[in-house]
Write a protein of this length. Structure first.
Length: 133
């Protein structure tokens, strides 16, 4: 069944692709609207914040796995990054959404920290539990 659905979707996309390309080439499809300065600032902030997320996540994992004392500093900075991401959406989505996103991101990082610690210790049961969550 999954193959049938996948095949049908791919066939539909392939059949419509030439028409979409022709419409774009002919200019009959309107370009996307320009983003406001506020939307561009959010875009740029998110790019920077998610790049920071990757850097601090890597720093934490490397430090935690090698028992480097800097792991706690990296984890603290990574948690601050989650707050920064939540705060970045505040102007668009409000306080409740910003708080909820920050909470979810911090839970994610906390569970990921448990997973890294369990994996580094060779505790597969705890690693599996954290991975499921």
């Amino acid at each position: 069944m999954r193959r049938l659905i996948t095949g049908s979707v791919l066939a539909l996309l392939a059949a419509n692709a030439p028409r979409s390309i022709a419409q774009n080439a002919a200019g009959s499809v309107a370009p996307p609207p320009a983003l406001s300065a506020k939307a561009m600032a959010l875009h740029d902030d998110m790019r920077r914040l998610w790049s920071d997320h990757v850097v601090w996540t890597r720093n934490y994992i490397v430090a935690a796995v090698t028992n480097d004392p800097s792991a706690s500093v990296a984890l603290s900075r990574l948690m601050k990054n989650q707050e920064d991401i939540g705060n970045a959406i505040r102007a668009f989505y409000g306080d409740a959404a910003a708080t909820q996103l920050t909470t979810l991101l911090k839970q994610h990082i906390s569970i990921a920290g448990e997973l890294v610690a369990a994996a580094a210790a060779g505790n597969t049961a705890k690693a599996t539990d954290a991975d499921k969550r």
